[in-house]
Design a protein around this ligand. Structure first.
Ligand code: C5P
Ligand code: MG
Length: 214
């Protein structure tokens, strides 16, 4: 199984697809958004700064994300991984190449989940999350909680992410649109790019991803 770099606009299903791959193939899932939210949970000064940035929909400092990814990848010792939500800028993409070279990682595929803006807006509107990490969507089959507002896995009350609002979404989507073209070209040149249409069911998307990671 190849390592996976999962690139997508907000709410395209990076987390959902990663969870399937973790269950089925034993990948380690590294979500940059989750790593940053962990720093926020620690309550440190840096965490407070990050919360303001993330809640506004902006991107945090590139070098911080690169440091986080490097520290995480180096603990894996060759085990297959999915990196989700990174790189989000061209600078991150170029620095990431250096990190991969340094860690001797050559086998990977960059999977771009392609989603229309209209569908992304809808998914953001319907997304609910649990503190345990599980994510739901009240508008998507197979992603609805069994009991309204309650986590299937741990029974806790579901919440909206602070940055899942119209204002922050606009910014997140705009930033994605601005940055994606050079990143796409970068992985195309390296012959590592696979584009997958995600305006479809979860299982259809999962099947397509499976084809490109083998
Ligand atoms: O991927 P996810 O939507 O969970 O990311 C949440 C937020 O984390 C982004 O909107 C952004 O504020 C921040 N982030 C970042 N740089 C990354 C990944 C995430 O600034 N490479
Ligand atoms: Mg995510």
């Amino acid at each position: 199984m190849k390592n996976i770099i999962l690139i997508a606009p907000p709410a395209a299903g990076k987390g959902t697809q990663s969870e399937i791959l973790v269950q089925k193939y034993g990948y380690t899932h590294i979500s940059m958004g989750d790593l940053l939210r962990e720093v926020i949970s620690s309550g440190s000064t840096l965490g407070k700064e990050l919360k303001n940035i993330i809640d506004s929909g902006a991107l945090v400092n590139d070098d911080l994300t690169i440091e986080l990814i490097y520290n995480k990848l180096k603990t894996l010792e060759g085990k297959p991984f999915i990196v989700d939500g990174f790189p989000r800028t061209m600078y991150q993409a170029l620095e990431f190449e250096k990190v991969l070279t340094k860690l001797n990682i050559t086998e990977y595929v960059a999977v771009l989940l392609d989603l229309s803006k209209e569908e992304a807006v809808k998914r953001i509107d319907g997304r609910l999350i649990c503190k345990c990490g599980k994510s739901y969507n009240i508008y998507q089959d197979n992603l609805k909680p069994k009991v309204d507002g309650i986590c299937d896995k741990c029974g806790a009350k579901l919440e909206k992410r602070d940055d899942d609002n119209v204002e922050a979404f606009k910014k997140r989507y705009e930033i994605f649109q601005t940055n994606i073209e050079p990143i796409k070209e970068h992985y195309q040149k390296l012959q590592k790019l696979e584009i997958i249409d995600v305006n479809r069911s979860i299982s259809e998307i999962a099947e397509d991803i499976e084809k490109v990671i083998k």
